[in-house]
Design a binder for this molecule. Sequence first.
Ligand SMILES: *[C@@H]1O[C@H](CO)[C@@H](O)[C@H](O)[C@H]1NC(C)=O
Ligand SMILES: *[C@@H]1O[C@H](CO)[C@@H](O)[C@H](O)[C@H]1NC(C)=O
Length: 188
Amino acid sequence: MLSTIFLGTALLASSLHAFPVENLADCPFPNGTDKAIHSYMCSDNEQFSITDIQTLDKNGKPFYPIDPRQEFILNLTTYNHGPQIDDNHVNVKINQYKAGWSGDCSWTSIPTFGLLNGIDGCQFAHNCPLTSGPLFLILPLDLSQFSAIINMLAAYKPYELEIRMFNYNAGNTAHEEIACVMAQVELS
Ligand SMILES: *[C@@H]1O[C@H](CO)[C@@H](O)[C@H](O)[C@H]1NC(C)=O
Ligand SMILES: *[C@@H]1O[C@H](CO)[C@@H](O)[C@H](O)[C@H]1NC(C)=O
């Protein structure tokens, strides 16, 4: 009898050991990201404001969660409060929502080794020029050049992309930030 309990306890202990802590305490998807992309501006009063983002597959059908290994389309409803932008650079950081040692869920950064810095926005997202006033942007995205990073990401987990855009118009030397968007998504 006692040895059965001992064996049971030992088995339980070893099976618990086999699972990483993360799997025992999966974090709930924040901000409804299990259903749709959630985005917000991470800096106020910048040149661009973004009021809606929808994710579509390459045929224009609703696409969620996002499979970053496939081409997809962002449908952005935005407003340019300043002059036209003919050239822009984009820096992206990636965070994963997960439990720390204490069990609390928080955003933890994923190392991207600078690979997602200084992306030429015009070339990559074919989004130029960005004219003044209301803008409805259909941005086809192909992330295949970032497969080294994408391959590190686990599927069906919440991630957040911090996307910062800078003015690289000809003659501009300040390269000021013109938009900061936080996009929270489930990746498949
Ligand atoms: C949810 O979104 C709001 C902005 O809409 C943001 O302030 C908040 O930090 C987000 N929650 C998490 C857990 O990221
Ligand atoms: C893009 O989003 C706007 C605003 O939400 C919507 O009216 C429009 O139909 C969308 N376009 C596509 C191709 O889904």
